[in-house]
Design a protein around this ligand. Structure first.
Ligand code: B12
Length: 223
């Protein structure tokens, strides 16, 4: 039987080498062996995708390879994802999430979505290339306290600033969180967002901080 380290390596390399079948096999083996599925996703699949990003930046990989790597990652995620335990008794919170208009990158967004989901949040996923006004509509429809937007391109990132203004105009009591490779804490502040997280791993804790600030503010207003 393969060790945890061997399976992590297999998942990572399977994504890098776009070996979908190998990824599926390793994912199933990890599930059968009872290894921590979240660790397999983050330190195996997502770690592989990080290397793919570097290969793309170095022009060793191009769009077709990257797409096959993404397919391999998603194939592994399909198997592992149902085995990530949901935390019970979390705070009762909802989040609207999506990749901003013009942006089809959704791997990072989907990892963030998963983290909110397993933390017990109700997640309204709008998918990718989401029209700006759709974020506003979905927030109003669901009355979610948090809206989380992802952008992977410097061009599409600018749409987030518009959405923030549109949401705040309709409903100032919403906490908006930004993320994605070109986004920094400074950019998030500049755009008027309430929060920022650089990775899926700390998105939920940032969300919780934003909600408690929001709830404190609201209870003061109500006094
Ligand atoms: C995969 C990929 C693709 C895939 C996307 C597949 C998919 N389903 O997502 C495909 C091949 C389709 C693609 C297409 C294109 N891509 Co592309 N792509 C990438 C690549 C290689 C990796 C991105 C990725 O998935 N990383 C892995 C994940 C796990 O990391 P992540 O996305 O950063 O997410 C983490 C954090 O950022 C954070 N996070 C992300 N979102 C959010 C949201 C919130 C709320 C929070 C809190 C946190 C958070 O948490 C995540 C997990 O920890 C990057 C290169 C790179 N180095 O990033 C280029 C990159 C993003 N692409 C780029 C470009 C230019 C394009 C194309 C225009 C290429 C082309 N010439 O056709 C098209 C554009 C398509 C479009 N309109 O969107 C550029 C963007 C440049 C820029 N700064 O503007 C990059 C940076 C490559 C480069 N160096 O040029 N791409």
């Amino acid at each position: 039987m393969a060790s945890k380290e061997e399976l992590l390596e297999k998942l990572k390399n399977g994504v890098i080498e776009y070996e979908e079948d190998e990824v599926k096999e390793a994912a199933q083996e990890a599930v059968d062996a009872g290894f921590d599925a979240l660790e397999m996703i983050m330190d195996g699949l997502a770690a592989g995708m990080e290397v793919v990003g570097e290969l793309y930046d170095k022009q060793e990989y191009f769009v077709p390879e990257v797409l096959m790597c993404a397919d391999a990652l998603y194939a592994g995620l399909d198997i592992l994802r149902p085995h990530v335990p949901k935390r019970e008794g979390g705070l009762n919170a909802q989040v609207v999430i999506g990749s901003i208009q013009g942006d089809v990158h959704d791997i990072g967004k989907n990892l963030v979505k998963m983290m909110f989901d397993v933390a017990g949040w109700e997640v309204h996923d709008l998918g990718r290339d989401v029209p700006l006004e759709k974020f506003v509509e979905e927030q109003l429809r669901t009355d979610s306290e948090v809206v989380a937007m992802s952008a992977m391109m410097t061009t599409t990132m600018l749409g987030m600033k518009k959405v923030i203004a549109m949401i705040k105009e309709k409903n100032p009591n919403v906490a908006i969180m930004l993320g994605g490779a070109p986004v920094t804490k400074d950019v998030a502040n500049l755009f008027g967002a309430d929060g920022y997280a650089e990775s899926a791993g700390n998105a939920v804790s940032e969300g919780i901080k934003m909600i408690s600030r929001l709830r404190k503010m609201q209870s003061k207003e109500g006094q």
